[in-house]
Write a protein that binds this ligand. Structure first.
Ligand code: GLN
Length: 220
């Protein structure tokens, strides 16, 4: 599709208030994210091929096993396409998704998309407490948020451009940097849709900016 035609199509879709948001569906709990996105007002698209990245306004990288994601992504050039996508379009990573977005991964060190200025330690809470549900305040407003942790990583360091939206035991558990949102917990497994709503707002804001910059308005 020609770029101008694609932008017009995307503008029309956004005018309908329902951004199309991909969920990387190679592995992990992508179905719960698709459901959460739908409930929060977006149109979810399960993304299994690199070509699909051209048709979405934002992307969720779900929880699962980051090493398994990497194996799938490295197989058919998907990693390179994804790297390009996350540099220019809003992306939200939860748990394994957060690990994949971070610049530095420890325990052990592994490849990543490197777009989030953060150092993340995998499986940081040990085997005994590998799953837990907690409630904590966040910068999202609206009171405490339920946070489900499953073999969660710990964000041990963030760069100056990173905004910390929530913390647990002094460590960030939800962070934002430019177009990237990341959480070490699983908001898709709770009934509260504030985190997905925030991401949808990021996607809408980004698309509005992109369209303004391209000079294409609705109906043109
Ligand atoms: N422990 C997993 C990893 O290291 C992440 C777990 C999750 O996504 N729930 O990739």
């Amino acid at each position: 599709m020609e770029e101008s035609a694609r932008v017009v199509k995307q503008t029309n879709r956004l005018a309908g208030q329902s951004p199309r948001i991909g969920v990387l569906a190679l592995q992990g709990d992508f179905a719960a994210h698709a459901n959460a996105l739908r409930e929060a007002g977006a149109e979810p698209v399960l993304v299994r091929k690199a070509e699909q990245l051209a048709e979405i306004d934002g992307l969720v990288i779900p929880g699962g096993e980051s090493t398994t994601f990497l194996k799938f992504l490295e197989r058919d050039g998907f990693l390179g396409a994804l790297q390009e996508f996350v540099r220019s379009k809003p992306t939200f990573g939860t748990c394994a998704g957060c690990i994949l977005l971070a610049k530095e991964v420890r325990n052990p060190s592994q490849a990543s998309l490197g777009v989030l200025d953060a150092t993340v330690e995998r499986n940081a809470y040990g085997r005994q407490i590998d799953s837990m549900i907690e409630t904590a305040d966040t910068k999202l407003g609206g009171g405490p948020l339920e946070m489900v942790y499953i073999r969660a990583p710990r964000i041990v360091k963030v760069g100056p451009g990173v905004e910390v939206l929530a913390k647990r035991e002094g460590y960030p558990v939800m962070i934002e940097q430019g177009n990237v949102l990341a959480a070490t917990f699983h908001p898709e497994l709770s009934a509260d849709r504030r985190v997905h709503a925030r991401f949808i707002d990021m996607v809408r804001a980004h698309s509005a900016c992109a369209h303004a910059a391209s000079g294409v308005t609705e109906g043109s």
